[in-house]
Design a protein around this ligand. Structure first.
Ligand code: NAD
Ligand code: 89Y
Length: 343
């Protein structure tokens, strides 16, 4: 068995999950880590027993000795770090949001393409067990051709204590969380031609929008709604569950709270439990997200070893990022935005 060596840049809040995921793969080893914050670098190094530690990404790349880099920093540094990977001939994974702007994202895809290197965006929500179960149920054909969908994420969970920067940006929920929900909508119902969006800021303590409703026109002819909120106090706190509703020509499908999936046809309703596994290092309620980190990392390992393009390649993610950009544009202009024109 050949071991694939990786380096991780960004030892913050979420990267701990990525380090656990890599540690679970027998044929992948993280050999070096980097963070410009010395305390975070030290803590991660001690926790996962990594001795090669860098406070500067350029020095990490100069020393080399790894087969891919896992970029787990926040968005401001993504373009420079992907460009560094390209310049050093290193395949890269980049966290979401892939880039601040579509122009940056296009430049990042182009530079990695030119260098002939694989690039995957860590867009993991579509790898969640319940979302894969929805896709598999749709693909059986039981509900026929879907003509309508709803992808809903409504919560009042305090995400600001773990990720304080989320309260500071002019943009919040669409760029941070809705980006996943929009990607799920694309994954389930296919690409999008145009969209219309409305946003609100409910929480006065933050700068960006914390609720958004987005109407999507899919290329297939299906219509869907993506609705996301961190301002919804409900009888049951569902963080981080995405609820899904699909109506098709022969039936319907509902992914309810607590990972219960109903598939209804003229024969009746079949209910199944599509809960994620609680991995040994995971903790509720994050376990759904944590399991999807492990799944996307396994996918990356398989893509690298088999020479396949990742499902959420940089090029693919441009289409998700375009939906984010279009949502902000539509909310501002109150007009329907054409997606193809952005790509
Ligand atoms: P964080 O601020 O806790 O951690 C980021 C770390 O990167 C910090 O320690 C910072 O010092 C370091 N860093 C930033 N720029 C650097 C540079 N140029 N060189 C070296 N180190 C640098 O952020 P976080 O909450 O861990 O989020 C990181 C990314 O993960 C964000 O893009 C966020 O949106 C994403 N995220 C993804 C998921 C998911 O499910 N996919 C969940 C949470 C967060
Ligand atoms: O940053 C976000 C993400 O990607 O998943 C959930 C989150 O941590 C908070 O919205």
């Amino acid at each position: 068995m050949t071991t694939i060596k990786g380096a991780l840049i960004g030892c913050g809040f979420f990267a701990v999950n990525q380090m656990h995921g890599w540690a679970d793969l027998d044929d992948v080893e993280i050999v070096a880590i980097c963070d410009r914050d010395p305390a975070r670098l030290h803590d991660m190094g001690e926790r996962f027993n990594i001795s090669r530690r860098y406070d500067d990404a350029a020095a990490l790349f100069a020393d080399g000795g790894f087969d891919f880099v896992d970029i787990a920093t926040t968005v401001a540094s993504h373009r420079a770090l992907v460009e560094m990977a390209a310049a050093n001939g290193v395949p890269a994974i980049c966290q979401k949001p892939f880039a601040r702007t579509l122009d940056d994202a296009k430049a990042m895809v182009a530079v990695m393409n030119k260098a002939g290197l694989p690039l995957m965006v860590h867009e993991n929500f579509r790898w969640q067990t319940p979302i894969r179960a929805v896709k598999a149920a749709l693909e059986t054909g039981a509900i026929g051709t879907p003509f309508w969908g709803r992808f809903s994420f409504r919560s009042a969970f305090d995400v600001f204590s773990g990720q304080p920067y989320l309260a500071e940006g002019q943009r919040f929920i669409i760029e941070d969380l809705g980006i996943h929900t929009l990607d799920i909508a694309r994954f389930i119902l296919g690409d999008v031609e145009s969209l219309t969006a409305r946003t609100r800021r409910v929480n006065p303590a933050i700068k960006g929008e914390d609720a958004a409703t987005i109407l999507l026109d899919h290329t297939s002819g299906a219509t869907s709604i993506v609705d996301v909120s961190y301002a919804s106090r409900l009888s049951q706190e569902l963080f981080p569950q995405t609820l899904v509703e699909l109506d098709g020509s022969a039936g319907s499908l509902r992914l309810h709270a607590d990972y219960r999936l109903d598939v209804t046809t003229k024969e009746g309703t079949t209910t199944s439990d599509v809960s994620p596994t609680l991995l040994p290092w995971a903790s509720r309620p994050w376990h759904n997200i944590q399991e999807s980190v492990a799944a996307i990392q396994e996918h990356w390992r398989d893509c690298l070893t088999q020479g396949k393009a990742p499902e959420t390649s940089g090029a693919d993610n441009l289409k998700t990022l375009a939906l984010v950009e279009a949502s902000y544009r539509s909310a501002e202009t109150r007009e329907c935005v054409d997606i193809e024109a952005l790509l």
